[in-house]
Design a protein around this ligand. Structure first.
Ligand code: FES
Length: 109
């Protein structure tokens, strides 16, 4: 781990200026119990860092090891697509906040 940076959910944004993923998860009403939300969001952040405009297959592949017991999978897909769209129009694109070289919690690569 020496020399690596780790970004946690708390490092993505603030209540005043949420990360595009956080804003998208809220807009799509993703969290139900919230138990799984940080894992999905940090995995999505790493995906958008590496693939700013992922296909649905790339999103599903990135999420292959994650499960939501509340069944929010379709809302999560919508949220990631919404955040990815911000890469084209936002001052704070989803791909830019997680710095290149930083590893999100849960990254295994
Ligand atoms: S929101 Fe409850 S497990 Fe995913």
């Amino acid at each position: 781990m020496k020399g690596n940076r780790i970004t946690t959910l708390a490092g993505l944004g603030t209540p005043e200026k949420p990360h595009p993923l956080q804003a998208a998860f809220i807009a799509e009403q993703v969290p139900q119990c919230g138990y799984c939300t940080s894992g999905w969001m940090m995995t999505a952040a790493a995906l958008l860092r590496d693939k700013p405009k992922p296909t649905d297959k790339q999103i599903r592949d990135a999420f292959s090891g994650l499960k939501c017991r509340c069944g929010t999978h379709m809302a999560i897909m919508r949220a990631v697509r919404r955040a990815a769209a911000s890469n084209e129009r936002s001052e704070t694109p989803a791909r830019a906040v997680v710095r290149p070289g930083a590893r999100a919690v849960g990254d295994t690569a």
